[in-house]
Design a protein around this ligand. Structure first.
Ligand code: ATP
Ligand code: MG
Ligand code: MG
Ligand code: MG
Length: 576
């Protein structure tokens, strides 16, 4: 490829809204271009990286026996109503209507559609196991799209779904995927950890996240310094001993509230296990009465993280809650907890979490929340956008760091990571909801056992940059670099020798299957080098008149401090 033909558009300045290094550098290097919040064009340079990530994923998925298909981005709501997710999922699910006023969703993932395929196509145990995957555009109306490709609203995901005859077979499929993921992430050339992600609702370690280690990661990982043990935040929380806990912030007061509505009561009412499924329940009362007397209240339920469908925030009026809870007036509630009129919320957590809603909640002071102790609440709890986000890692340090690892092999430590992949054993959750059965050996219908497996194709390059960069720009591992080698001829317009040598090396490398870029733009050396250092091409060869006269070119790896002289005759062999 020649630079004059390619679209290269580097910028000196990063966009003002770019908070993390990958967003800044990928934008400056002209890899991505923002179109709207969380919506990006993958520019030619960026798309090359994405395609390489896809190719590795595709190769390893195929090797593991998965078969590729492509499911629609826009999906009829009917299927989503069958599983209840059309109603249950929060605002992250983008719902749209067609000209006939029929409901559709833009896929955030595709369990419904793939289960619909399975119930039609997989009729006999003889057809099992099957694993269907796609590499496709997803849309999630993330509450806070940010960090460029890291948390987009439109993004590309590889999603795979396995179908099996029984739990043992499903677990074998799961294990085979978990292994394929290790091969995939090994090939990317990044430092990562596979961490246990399930807190045991289904059993065993049948959910793992693949986390790229990076200081800017939004997730926390707890790992053992002496063994392979590693777990994500939720899992580690479940491990936390009942002993010392992070001290509440100063304004907070632990208040005994015997017999008052607790998180356990709410979970009970909703028929959900408290510890493992619900991270946090907040019941907020909201005055709707114009008189301001506060005699009318609405009850809202906010679930933060923990729900397997969304793992995110859900906001909604709780159906049936009226039956179990008497509507209290705002003053009554305030009075009861000895606080000012505001909000009431029992929370099932050891520590407070940030409360968010899909509409602005301006009153964030004087919350009351459960202290996760019998008959105890916290009053005077403050949350808000103006306050710093809770530092999950710091919280976790207080709780588990230095403890003995569950495998007994060493002590626990904590670091940050970026979730780039997730494997999950689903059981019959979707097949039951959608009546997806096959006939077993005795001709009896059985529910299909399922698993689902995601990889954030467009998040991965961002994670790679978070982990591999310096003050000059990105540093791509060879496997996913936009180009592996860049040829920088100096004085190409003046010297036929440089021109010919560069062209010849370009053609030879290209013929050998190397992803080579020849910078024939005629830029001055300084500007040319700065561009390629920003773009992060791992191998650079500089050809100059003077060097060629001595039969030499200069080679420099993006991580090398200085160039090495290599014989021009041998550079091809040197690079291959
Ligand atoms: P997160 O916890 O970061 O919100 P998730 O757990 O909701 O991610 P999954 O449903 O497990 O995501 O989806 C599979 C993969 O898709 C994730 O591991 C991640 O790599 C990627 N992914 C999820 N949400 C986004 C997003 N908004 N932008 C880019 N990639 C994403
Ligand atoms: Mg997650
Ligand atoms: Mg999410
Ligand atoms: Mg996940």
């Amino acid at each position: 490829m020649k630079a004059s033909q390619f679209l290269i558009s580097t910028l000196k300045e990063a966009p003002a809204d770019a908070e993390v290094v990958s967003h800044r550098l990928m934008t400056r290097a002209g890899m991505i271009k923002k179109l709207g919040a969380g919506i990006y064009t993958y520019m030619p340079m960026g798309l090359r990286v994405i395609r390489k990530v896809e190719a590795i994923v595709r190769e390893e998925m195929n090797r593991a026996g998965a078969v590729e298909c492509t499911m629609p981005v826009v999906q009829p709501a009917e299927l989503w109503q069958e599983t209840g997710r059309f109603g249950k999922m929060g605002p992250e699910l983008l719902r749209i209507k067609d000209r006939h006023d029929r409901d559709f969703v833009v896929q955030p993932t595709s369990e419904e559609v793939v289960t619909d395929i399975a119930r039609q196509e997989l009729r006999s145990y003889r057809q099992l196991p099957k694993n269907l995957y796609q590499i496709q555009t997803k849309f999630r109306d993330e509450r806070r799209p940010r960090f460029g490709l890291m948390r987009g609203r439109e993004f590309i995901m590889k999603d795979a779904y396995s179908f099996d005859r029984d739990p043992a077979a499903a677990q074998a499929s799961y294990a085979s995927m978990a292994q394929a993921y290790r091969r995939i992430f090994d090939r990317f050339g990044l430092r990562y950890r596979a961490v246990a992600a399930d807190s045991g609702a289904i059993g065993g370690d049948l959910s793992e996240e693949f986390q790229v280690i990076a200081a800017t990661g939004e997730d926390a990982i707890v790992y053992c310094t002496e063994s392979d043990y590693a777990a994500n935040l939720e899992k580690a929380e479940a491990l936390a001993p009942a002993g010392p806990r992070p001290a509440p912030s100063q304004a907070m007061t632990r208040t005994p509230t015997p017999g008052k509505s607790t998180c356990a009561d709410v979970a009970d009412l909703l028929g959900i296990p408290l510890r493992h499924t619900v991270k946090s329940i907040v019941l907020a009362t909201d005055r709707t009465d114009a008189s301001g007397q506060g005699t009318q209240v609405q009850v809202w339920l906010l679930l933060l993280r923990g729900d397997h469908d969304m793992n995110e925030v859900k906001v909604g009026k709780v159906p049936g809650l009226e039956a179990g809870f008497r509507f209290a007036t705002v003053p009554e509630i305030a009075d009861h907890f000895g606080t000012r009129p505001g909000y009431l919320g029992p929370v099932g957590l050891k520590r407070p979490v940030k409360i968010v809603a899909d509409r602005e909640v301006s009153l964030m002071a004087d919350w009351v929340c459960g202290a996760n102790e019998e008959d105890m609440h916290l009053t005077g709890v403050n949350w808000g956008r103006d306050l710093p986000e809770p530092d999950l890692v710091a919280d976790l340090r207080n709780v588990v760091e230095g403890d003995l690892s569950p495998d007994g092999k060493g002590r626990l430590a904590i670091e940050r990571g970026i979730e780039v992949g997730h494997v999950f054993y689903l059981g019959t959750k979707y097949s039951r909801a959608m009546e997806a059965t096959f006939l077993d050996e005795s001709g009896k219908p059985q529910y299909l056992e399922m698993g689902c497996y995601g990889i954030g194709i467009t998040r991965l390059p961002a994670a790679a940059v978070e982990q591999n960069h310096d003050e000059r720009g990105m540093i791509w591992p060879d496997a996913i670099a936009p180009f592996t080698v860049v040829l920088c001829p100096i004085g190409m317009d003046r010297s036929a020798e440089v021109r010919e040598a560069a062209q010849k090396l370009h053609d030879e490398l290209q013929a050998a299957g190397v992803d080579v870029m020849l910078d024939d733009r005629g830029e001055r050396p300084g500007a040319m080098f700065a561009d390629w250092e920003l773009i992060g091409v791992p191998h650079r060869v500089v050809l100059s008149d003077r060097g060629l006269k001595e039969g030499q070119v200069e080679y420099q790896h993006r991580r090398d401090a200085a160039a090495t002289r290599v014989s021009a005759a041998e550079v091809r062999a040197f690079l291959l």
